[in-house]
Design a protein around this ligand. Sequence first.
Ligand code: NAP
Length: 279
Amino acid sequence: MDTTAHPTTPTAHATPPHPPVAVITGASRGLGLELARALAADGWHLVITARTATELAVAEAELATRTTVVALPGTVVDDDHRAELAAAASRLGGAALLINNASTLNGAADEWAEPLPALATIPLPDLLETFEVNVLAPIALSQLVLPQLRRRGGAVLNISSDAAVEAYPGWGGYGAAKAALDHASAVLAEEEPELRVWAVDPGDLRTRLHQQACPDADLSELPPPSSVVPAFRTLWQDRPASGRYRAADLAAPADLTAHTGLTAHTDPAAAPAGAGAGV
Ligand SMILES: NC(=O)c1ccc[n+]([C@@H]2O[C@H](COP(=O)([O-])OP(=O)(O)OC[C@H]3O[C@@H](n4cnc5c(N)ncnc54)[C@H](OP(=O)(O)O)[C@@H]3O)[C@@H](O)[C@H]2O)c1
């Protein structure tokens, strides 16, 4: 049989490529909202979530002026909610990027709880919630979205912290959970070599989470979350090797990390001079 006589029209010409889809947790404010704004500006379609429906609706209304956005209020620790997020991404054409950004400082339901409890006294239910939000939920959501990511050679971006590698008093629960998330990210990168899996420490930012950690501190000198967007944008634009990064390094002009795969920044000596406890 002649298999060359009737060449088919390349489907790439027949069907325009579908806009890429990103799922972002904790996108109602702070870093998550800034990443959503950047992705919207870059032409991505979005699935976003946060617990507070009113705040999420405000974010949705703004983002919808730029792109297609599905906003689903809920908590990332809820199995059904995570399934809804994955299904929404599938309906939009399938996720190419999952950003696990939602996080809790101390897992406390009581807003008057000690923001940075010592490990000696942290209530165990709060510690459990900290690990559920900051580690279990990102892994669980990754499980659901991985089939979509694999079809697109996509990426998982897990938001880390310097508290994952530095030992700050009061940050034991949060820091241990972020360290676990870092390790899970590294293992996932080994298990899914066709994908990119990044754990990124954004650095100290002026956000509600940071103010919650330091209620009496004046954070006006800290940079806003929009300041790290150029660094994060290099991830989905340049697709550096899987690994752990600091946003400050991604933003460096001669961005060696992005092109050499020299991605580990776990040496405390590599922290900027004068860096104090941070989230
Ligand atoms: N700010 C810093 O200096 C700093 C430094 C290092 C790392 N980080 C990391 O950066 C990421 C973003 O933090 P941020 O500073 O931007 O905090 P933020 O302004 O307080 O924003 C946190 C976002 O996560 C959502 N969220 C919290 N718990 C959630 C849950 N269980 N389910 C769904 N959404 C939830 C919040 O909305 P709702 O409260 O309405 O749910 C909000 O949209 C976090 O992973 C944090 O650990 C921040």
